[in-house]
Design a protein around this ligand. Structure first.
Ligand SMILES: Cc1cc2nc3c(=O)[nH]c(=O)nc-3n(C[C@H](O)[C@H](O)[C@H](O)COP(=O)(O)O)c2cc1C
Ligand code: SF4
Length: 657
């Protein structure tokens, strides 16, 4: 018998790890890295070394194919975001060839998505802050709030068709093994396919066949560019979910039209540019995982070409089920690979319980729009792949490390310090590890956070960390343990301002309320409309409470990235009455006395939740730090922040010892 390595995952997920042929390539498993295009691109539209390292790590993690997203074929008209790979930019090839080689060398195939933003080339798109091209060309003339759209002349259509051919050939020449034509998410082909946006009277408008003509011509041109058998994937919508787009029936018809021209379908949905459906295209935590798989399953019934599904898939068991049941032939995963690029490898090796789950918090999108880099809340090395290649300084000696506080920062520091060979004691004053992850994960739509907490707890255990519960780190305790280094990770305290009536029995702090919603009456007034207060309203309303949010500022959930906020606001507005620009004057037995525009009124409530923020306990931190020579302050007690700050500060501080 051949010498073969036995992988537990193949037994557990036999269909997921079954090879499949797509065109002239043989995929080693059914997991493809979905197209992603964070902004690590030069101003000329070339890959940066950071981007290459980002793509390479996905290949190392075990996907069969790594897909780079949105390479623009015609940058004079089609650049939809500030920084994108431009296939027609002089000098673009070197980085592309290097990326393809890095992906190959790490054991995966390299795929690249060919795209054109259509009218968004000349209009500012979501996450972009300027119009990238001089003129916005769409299928038809249109006046939009962002500017005027010109009908795309026929000569330009033909030029763009040609640019797909040239672009596809260039990708092949640079070593890519596959191309994906992007025909979804609101970009050029969604616009031409739309019966509303496309009102042309020539051969590119009118019937669905005519509206699909441009796409079909492009697929033929791409085939000409890459030659026979070279795999062409198409990203198609299963349902645009908007009143300007196609529904499932029409999407099936389009799929049938292109069935002979492609080697793989990837069925997505929604529209990148419509905030109401962005959270379905990139499903939010308000939807069950795999919410869009049914669309791939429907399309699959009507085509002969293999079909991939996509959308918030994170669990190999669910992926296995999808393939075993014939809902799709392949799963594509986007954010799950940012949260944990090693997901496929961990599944294959039987370590699925160590997969870091994506929290669907959209910080990755937020960061790429904000700073032209990428980061992930739960993965401190995301976006740091290049820096991570430098060898780390090995510890001079094994140290005794005491970590005060078993929240996310404390746990992450313990895991990292133990991995560096230190003796680690993790002391937590409560009866369990997790800290504020428990209240944060209490709402019904935040289960991902509890899963993440459990992954960390599991890692702490496996790392051989000595966990001491029900133990507050005090001066005496530090003297007793006598550590070489101390990590202060004591978290933050909820703000309880001296508002008149704050000590009334129906006032409850937000953390307590999240953990014990049974303590709340029927009518709940939430003081503070930040992220905590807003999410609490959705959560309590789900428990049957009537909620009111009282916020002093003009907007609620202001601090959260706009991508998450879009999905959240839909839920908050359904769940609560919202009073902005409203001051709490006093808490009274029948509710909260408020003032807005000089007018006083009472918001009736049985329970008043105090969600007015958190403060780091600086005095306590200073006192602990004064007792040792080597200390590190991490997480909320350094600066009150989000889970990202806790994990990131802990991971990198622990690398220093
Ligand atoms: C940072 C980031 C960048 C993305 N860029 C692209 C892109 O360039 N083209 C595209 O079609 N989809 C893009 N997507 C969407 C993903 O391909 C995927 O369809 C979507 O995130 C839903 O899958 P998921 O829930 O597994 O992340 C991007 C997603 C992320 C997280
Ligand atoms: S930043 Fe949030 S949404 Fe993005 S991959 Fe990480 S956990 Fe998922």
């Amino acid at each position: 018998m051949a010498n073969c390595i036995y992988h537990k995952g193949k037994e557990k997920y036999p269909n997921l790890f079954l090879p499949i042929r797509i065109g002239n390539i043989r995929l080693k498993n059914r997991i493809i890295g979905a197209p992603t295009s964070p902004s690590m691109i030069t101003a000329e539209g070339h890959f940066t070394p950071e981007m290459i390292a980002y793509l390479e790590e996905k290949a190392i993690g075990g996907v069969s194919v790594v897909t780079y997203g949105e390479a623009i074929v015609h940058s004079a008209t089609g650049k939809s975001h500030n920084k994108q790979l431009q296939l027609d930019s002089f000098g673009v090839k070197q980085g592309m060839a290097q990326a393809a080689r890095s992906i190959h060398n790490a054991g995966a195939y390299a795929n690249i998505q060919l795209s054109h933003g259509g009218k968004y080339g000349g209009l500012a798109s979501v996450g972009g802050d300027h119009n990238c091209c001089d003129v916005a060309y769409g299928p038809s003339h249109e006046m939009t709030p962002m500017g005027e759209v010109q009908e795309m002349p026929k000569e330009l259509i033909m030029e763009i068709v040609e640019s797909y051919k040239t672009g596809a050939k260039l990708c092949k020449d640079c070593g890519f093994d596959m191309v994906q034509v992007h025909a979804a998410h609101g970009w050029i082909f969604s616009q031409f396919l739309s019966p509303v946006l496309n009102s042309r009277t020539d051969e590119f408008g009118g019937s669905l066949e005519n509206r699909a003509r441009f796409l079909l011509m492009v697929l033929d041109a791409v085939r000409e560019g890459v030659g026979p058998k070279f795999p062409i994937e198409i990203r198609l919508s299963g349902d645009d979910l908007t009143d300007i787009g196609l529904g499932l029936e029409d999407c099936i018809r389009v799929a049938q039209m292109v069935d002979d021209k492609v080697d793989l379908f990837n069925i997505s949905c929604g529209n990148h540019e419509d905030p109401d459906v962005f959270c379905r295209t990139h499903p939010s935590a308000f939807y069950p995982r795999g919410v869009n798989v049914y669309l791939a399953a429907e399309i699959k019934k009507h085509v002969k070409t293999p079909v991939a599904c996509v959308g918030s898939l994170n669990d190999p068991a669910q992926m296995e089920e999808i393939i075993a049941e014939g809902q799709a032939d392949i799963v594509e995963i986007g954010r799950a690979l940012l949260a944990d690029p090693y997901l496929p490898k961990k599944a294959l090796e039987g370590n699925a319980d160590d997969i870091t789950p994506c929290l669907r918090c959209y910080e990755c999108f937020g960061e790429t729009a904000k700073s032209e880099t990428v980061k992930c809340t739960v993965n401190p090395t995301m976006g740091q792949q290049l820096q991570e290649k430098y060898p780390r300084r090995t510890p001079e000696r094994k140290k005794k490390v005491l970590i005060a506080g078993g929240g996310p920062a404390g746990m992450q520091a313990a895991i990292t310090a133990a991995a560096r060979g230190h003796e680690v004691i993790l002391a937590e004053k409560s009866e369990k590890l997790g800290g504020n992850l428990h209240p944060a994960g209490a709402p019904y739509f935040k289960k991902d956070i509890i899963d993440f907490c459990n992954v960390l707890i599991n890692r702490v255990e496996k790392a051989g960390v000595k966990v001491v519960l029900n133990t507050e780190v005090t001066e005496d305790y530090i003297k007793e343990v006598s550590p070489d280094a101390l990590f202060v990770a004591v978290g933050s305290n909820e703000l309880r301002p001296p508002i008149k009536g704050i000590d009334l029995p129906h006032v409850i702090m937000a953390v307590d309320a999240e953990l014990h919603p049974e303590k709340l009456g029927k009518k709940v007034a939430i003081m503070g409309g930040g992220l905590v207060g807003s999410e609490a309203a959705v959560s309590f309303n789900h428990e049957g409470k009537k909620c009111t949010i009282i916020e002093m500022k003009g907007v609620i959930a202001e601090e959260v990235n706009s991508f998450y906020r879009g999905g959240l606001m839909v839920e908050v507005e359904k769940s609560a009455d919202i009073y902005v620009n409203t001051k709490v004057k006093e808490i009274v037995p029948e509710g909260v006395l408020c003032e807005r525009n000089g007018e006083e009124f009472i918001i009736a409530a049985d329970s008043v939740v105090c969600a007015l923020g958190f403060r780091a306990p600086y005095d306590k931190v200073d006192a602990l730090c004064s007792l040792v020579d080597e200390y590190y302050i991490i997480g909320d007690c350094k600066n009150v922040g989000q889970i990202y700050h806790a994990i990131n500060s802990a991971y990198y501080a622990a690398q220093l010892i």
